[in-house]
Design a protein around this ligand. Sequence first.
Ligand SMILES: NC(=O)c1ccc[n+]([C@@H]2O[C@H](COP(=O)([O-])OP(=O)(O)OC[C@H]3O[C@@H](n4cnc5c(N)ncnc54)[C@H](OP(=O)(O)O)[C@@H]3O)[C@@H](O)[C@H]2O)c1
Length: 281
Amino acid sequence: MPRWFVTGGGGQLATAFADLLEGEVLLNREEALDIRDAEALRVAVHAFAPDCVLHCAAYTDVDGAEAHAETAEAVNVTGTRNVVEAVRGTHTSVVYFSTDYVFDGQKGAPYVESDATRPLNVYGRTKLAGEREVLGWVHGLVVRTAWLFSETGHNFVRSILAAARERAGTGEPLRVVDDQIGSPTYAPHLAAAVDEVVRRGVGPGLYHLAGSGYCSWCELAREVVQLAGLDVEVEPITTREAGRPARRPAFSALDTERPIPRLPHWAEGVAQAVDKLVPLG
Ligand SMILES: NC(=O)c1ccc[n+]([C@@H]2O[C@H](COP(=O)([O-])OP(=O)(O)OC[C@H]3O[C@@H](n4cnc5c(N)ncnc54)[C@H](OP(=O)(O)O)[C@@H]3O)[C@@H](O)[C@H]2O)c1
């Protein structure tokens, strides 16, 4: 049975791994282990001697990163370098999770692994620099994913459901950005695909793994509201009207040119998440 060391153990994706993985799993939460502390990380990794590190810890607040670039850099770049240094001299593989926000959104078609990167925001720049740290490791895998959601943690599907419940029956619409397109990804679908990729022993390198298909945030919100049976209108707005601090790509759907498993369609993931969330009230 493989031994898995998971950084960022309290997060959304790490939780999906914890629910799925077989074998010995060590979930490290920020309060137990800050990945910026290179020595503590090295000691913890050596003590556990994992076959694979699933490096889920990250500074993930896209808008917050604009004002806290140093922190985003320390966690996403230096922290990732520390993870790689902690396994150096072993056979441990490192799987790092990156983002569609490494692209500028100008391609007009889904991005594949060989496409050129050009991040528009601090978060994307720091995640891209983290990729380079991991690709420098002989057993390093970079998995780019996008628009993650699940039943737990901070994510768009849960936020929309909460906002729609508040407005249901009031006549007040939900206003959601309609000019950004991406590939929503159900975290348990991603976790299952990563588990398969690692077990198959695919080589090191760069992989795109995101929900099949693509949609806008507004379309995603409509799907959630409709599946939850809530009486709320979802009104499309532009990125400019939303006025968020970080620039985001207009079209950052992901596709792959590698022989790896495809994830189910994003709408299947939304249906599964809403099915679990709606009875919770
Ligand atoms: N969410 C998305 O839409 C999305 C899209 C594309 C790629 N990704 C990537 O996928 C990965 C997982 O994302 P996620 O949605 O699961 O994020 P998440 O829920 O925000 O989880 C990240 C975890 O990292 C922890 N963390 C932050 N700083 C840390 C530090 N210095 N040391 C140790 N742990 C630290 C956080 O702890 P606290 O909560 O205590 O800060 C949190 O538990 C990340 O690499 C992210 O960049 C996410």
